[in-house]
Design a protein around this ligand. Structure first.
Ligand code: NAD
Length: 325
């Protein structure tokens, strides 16, 4: 039986990854500070532990694994990573997790480890025009991420590549671009734009108003969870180390995404754009390299994923008694 270790298995993507690996017949160990919040984990073994502690990392890799996925990070949406107040925590916590995990893997002679970096590593100066952002993998340098979250990711990317060069570790480094779907944060201050918009629309009475951070013309692309997991597995099991973008090329302005959600919900609402943290002006995934290297790229439409996500968040809003009367 094949085995996998998922660090960050209590989180949004890690939890979905565990489910997929179990579906493929793997024996799975998850590690996290917490269990998943919105569903029961399917992991065979779930360690509650703090990966900033090197002893916890050693315990997590106390056996042989065919695949190791390092997704644990101090992480959140714009309201968490772009406000400045959490920079020290983000850099210190995620830095320690990666430093300790990669070393624990080296000591255990664990070869293959996937690391989730982020589109937030790309230089701000290439993302000023909302209609023409540049995110080809080789445009990361000269570096100028717009957040310390991005700087930590860039440092950790380099850390994994250094372990590849110096110790022959088979690392895999991928840059996620806004992953969304059911079973993720939707109202705890760490939610991302798709979940936040779904919540706002679900909570608003028809004819009402929702607030959106920024002028709403900032652009992004969003990758549905199932395609993210598919890409992660194809990439990890292939023979190329990356870095590679894992994202959708269907770019949309945030106000237009809000209109899409209203349409899905069958509600007519007014958008009120207010000042708030918004990150770079424009960002889209550049999928030329993933297509070339893996012969595959995500293709599902944004609308399809948003319909499934809205249905789940609408249910959460109702269960929490937050639906309009
Ligand atoms: P998430 O916050 O839901 O999951 C991260 C998990 O790491 C959480 O469950 C958290 O408890 C855990 N964790 C944090 N500190 C820990 C510690 N000290 N010890 C053990 N566990 C700890 O985030 P996610 O959306 O599932 O993201 C997974 C990874 O992908 C992260 O590395 C994130 O930076 C990266 N990423 C995600 C996105 C996205 O759109 N979701 C985009 C780019 C990159």
């Amino acid at each position: 039986m094949k085995s996998a270790l998922v660090c960050g298995a209590g989180g949004f993507i890690g939890n979905h990854l565990v489910t997929r690996l179990k579906g493929e017949g793997f024996w799975v160990r998850g590690v996290d500070l917490k269990f998943p919040e919105y569903s029961e984990t399917e992991a065979d073994d779930f360690m509650i532990g703090d990966l900033r502690d090197p002893h916890v990392c050693d315990r997590a890799v106390d056996r042989r694994f065919d695949e190791i996925y390092q997704l644990a990070a101090d992480m959140g949406g714009a309201g968490y990573v772009f406000v400045g107040d959490n920079d020290a925590d983000i850099m210190h916590n995620s830095g320690l997790i990666n430093l300790n995990m990669v070393e624990a893997c080296r000591k255990r002679n664990a070869k293959r480890i996937f690391y989730s970096s982020s589109a937030c590593i790309y230089p701000e100066f290439n993302q000023l025009d909302p209609d023409n952002p540049k995110t080809a993998e080789d445009s990361a340098y000269p570096a100028q991420p717009d957040s310390d979250y991005g700087w930590e990711k860039l440092f950790s990317e380099r850390l994994y590549f250094a372990f590849h060069r110096n110790f022959g570790m088979e690392v895999r480094v991928s840059r996620f671009h806004n992953i969304f779907g059911p079973l993720g944060s939707w109202n705890d201050g760490r939610e991302k734009a798709p979940a936040a918009l779904c919540r706002k629309v679900a909570m608003a009475p028809d004819g009402g108003e929702i607030e959106i951070w920024g002028d709403g013309k900032q652009t992004r692309s969003f990758l549905y969870m199932d395609e993210c997991i598919e890409g992660v597995l194809r990439f990890t099991r292939g023979d190329w180390i990356g870095p590679v973008n894992m994202g959708s090329e269907e770019m949309i302005a945030i106000n237009d995404l809000a209109s899409m959600v209203m349409d899905i919900a069958g509600k007519k609402l007014t958008i009120k754009n207010i000042p708030g943290p918004e990150g770079v002006r424009g960002r889209n995934s550049d999928n030329a390299l993933i297509e070339q290297k893996l012969g595959w790229k995500p293709t599902q439409s944004l609308r399809e994923g948003m319909e499934k996500t809205y249905a789940w968040i609408e249910e959460q809003v109702k269960e929490a008694g937050l639906a309009p009367k």
